[in-house]
Design a protein around this ligand. Structure first.
Ligand SMILES: CC(C)(COP(=O)(O)OP(=O)(O)OC[C@H]1O[C@@H](n2cnc3c(N)ncnc32)[C@H](O)[C@@H]1OP(=O)(O)O)[C@@H](O)C(=O)NCCC(=O)NCCS
Length: 193
């Protein structure tokens, strides 16, 4: 990760009709529409997904995602339909720790596209990006313990369950117990063996 030239990194990866790519100016409308249709599901777990989320919030998010990508502080991707370009959700590598070469993986899929494998495909693409291009060696996924779809995405992405972390997350001002998962890069696993 230390030797990565951010300007040389690809900004998009694609599989099976799903693409993850760097956020762009012009994404705001798709984000707002996706957030507004997803309050019943995404909003249960992620506080920012609420009725008040509008164009200003989406523009601020795009600016933040662009700025932090440039500094290699986080890699936030829009998930889009590879053919139509329609916005489907977000997936991101954040809390990057240079010392341990690790990052947290987060994801959300707009409600009308949930249950079609998009979350799993997008998570796998982001993990591939982290290991192959950023040369990270450990990805952590921290899900609400009761968040079954999120836990299934972690499991289907090849993550190993590491245990329950009390009060590790919050939602709507309340602490939540979290299921912690990790994926380690093949190279790291070889070193540990
Ligand atoms: C978690 C999330 C990203 C999954 O996205 P997705 O595109 O629906 O995921 P997939 O289609 O790849 O399905 C993954 C698993 O979730 C299950 N699932 C999806 N939607 C579900 C629902 N509404 N109820 C129950 N299970 C559901 C699928 O059946 C699948 O499990 P299976 O293989 O055992 O059948 C999505 O539900 C979401 O955005 N949730 C809210 C935000 C969130 O919790 N993010 C994670 C924070 S750590």
């Amino acid at each position: 990760m230390q030797d990565i030239d951010v300007g040389m990194l690809p900004t998009e990866r694609e599989t099976n009709g799903i693409s993850i790519r760097k956020y762009q100016a012009g994404d705001a409308a798709g984000i707002v529409e996706s957030v507004q249709e997803s309050i019943a599901t995404v909003g249960t777990w992620l506080d920012w997904c609420n009725k008040a989320y509008g164009n200003a919030e989406a523009e601020a998010w795009i600016a933040h995602a662009t700025d932090t990508w440039g500094k290699a502080e986080q890699f936030a991707f829009a998930i889009v339909d590879a053919t139509s370009g329609d916005y489907l959700g977000g997936v991101g590598l954040n809390r990057i720790d240079i010392e341990t070469q690790s990052a947290n993986l987060g994801y959300w899929i707009r409600q009308s596209y949930q249950g079609r494998g998009v979350g799993t495909q997008a998570a796998r693409l982001a993990v591939g990006y982290a290991f192959e291009l950023l040369k990270l060696t450990r990805i952590e996924i921290v899900c609400g313990a009761a968040n079954r779809p999120s836990r299934r995405v972690a499991e289907k992405t090849g993550a190993r369950y590491e245990g329950l972390a009390s009060g590790r997350l919050t939602a709507h001002g309340k602490p939540l117990d979290a299921a912690v998962y990790s994926i380690t890069a093949p190279a790291a696993r070889r070193t540990a063996a």
